[in-house]
Design a protein around this ligand. Structure first.
Ligand code: PEP
Ligand code: MG
Length: 289
């Protein structure tokens, strides 16, 4: 069994019908990549950046070096870094606010747009790190196209400022997480984004009205509910239609029980926890799509 899993780990992911599936990894810390052979995955589908926002707010250099390390590790392969998703289940002292209903409050891109002083530091670090690899940047908790436009405009503004100072940088492709139902239901407002990444953890909790961190409602929190799968299939179809890449980076992507339904919904690009890589590839090999 272990030997079989190891074989899957080093092989590209292919279904029983011969369909290729891209499998990337989710990471939370730059040091996570130390134990991963880049040859075993198609890049980083989600680098969470909340780790940087611990007891104190991170400065530009700290962030730049953290992003650069992962980009250099990945070489030509894509590294998708998500701007900070503070709030909700991820409070940050000095940044997030006290709320009675944090999952529906000022979290993700909403907080970054409310605290542009903090967001601009991260944007500069990302623009500078982009020259060291194949960077893509995505925004968490997008609910409206206006939020995307505002965030993208801040990148362009920061790019202009770096250029004026003669600082080396590059503007990466900008995409969004699809984790708020409004986006999955009306994706046509986002035809100009570079890519979509479905956050099934949050999408499921918002569709089912069942908090992801509450064991008492865990039985409701299933990505395989037809309502959730229908939204995922709609986003996959929209992306195919418009030529916008669609991946999924929620925990469901590494769950062998969910993988068949995700591929049947039309997804061909999953991002999973490093420990799930071999198991996900083995599960993909069993699917008939
Ligand atoms: C998700 O919501 O599925 C996701 C990948 O983001 P996070 O778990 O960090 O909210
Ligand atoms: Mg999320």
């Amino acid at each position: 069994r272990q030997g079989a899993a190891r074989t899957f780990l080093t092989e590209p992911a292919v279904t029983k019908a011969g369909t290729a599936v891209r499998v990337q990894v989710n990471i939370a810390y730059p040091s996570d990549v130390d134990g991963i052979d880049i040859a075993t995955c198609d890049g980083v589908g989600l680098m969470r950046t909340e780790f940087l926002f611990g007891k104190t707010l991170p400065d530009e250099e700290t962030q730049y070096h953290a992003y650069r390390k992962v980009l250099e590790w990945a070489g030509d392969k894509p590294v998708t870094i998500r701007t900070v998703d503070a709030g909700g289940d991820k409070p940050v002292p000095g940044f997030t606010v006290e709320e009675t209903n944090p999952f529906l409050g000022l979290r993700g891109i909403r907080l970054s747009l409310a605290r542009r002083d903090i967001f601009r530091v991260q944007i500069r670090a990302l623009l500078r790190a982009a020259i060291h690899g194949n960077l893509k940047v995505m925004f968490p908790m997008i609910a409206t196209s206006d939020e995307y436009s505002q965030a993208a405009a801040l990148f362009v503004e920061a790019q202009g400022a770096l250029a004026a100072r003669g600082v080396a940088h590059r503007l990466p492709p900008l995409g969004i997480m699809v984790e708020v139902p409004s986006v999955a239901l009306a994706p046509e407002a986002f035809a100009d984004v570079a890519f979509f990444s479905i956050g099934s953890n949050d999408l499921t909790q918002y569709v089912m009205a069942a908090a992801r961190d509450n064991a008492a409602v865990a039985h409701l929190n299933s990505v395989r509910h037809p309502a959730v799968l229908r939204l995922i299939a709609a986003v996959a179809a929209f992306g195919r239609d418009k030529g916008i890449p669609v991946s999924l980076c929620g925990d469901a992507g590494g769950d062998p029980a969910a993988i068949p339904a995700l591929l049947e919904a039309g997804l061909r690009d999953l991002s999973v926890a490093p420990a799930q890589l071999a198991m996900a590839k083995a599960a993909i090999a069993d699917v008939a799509v």
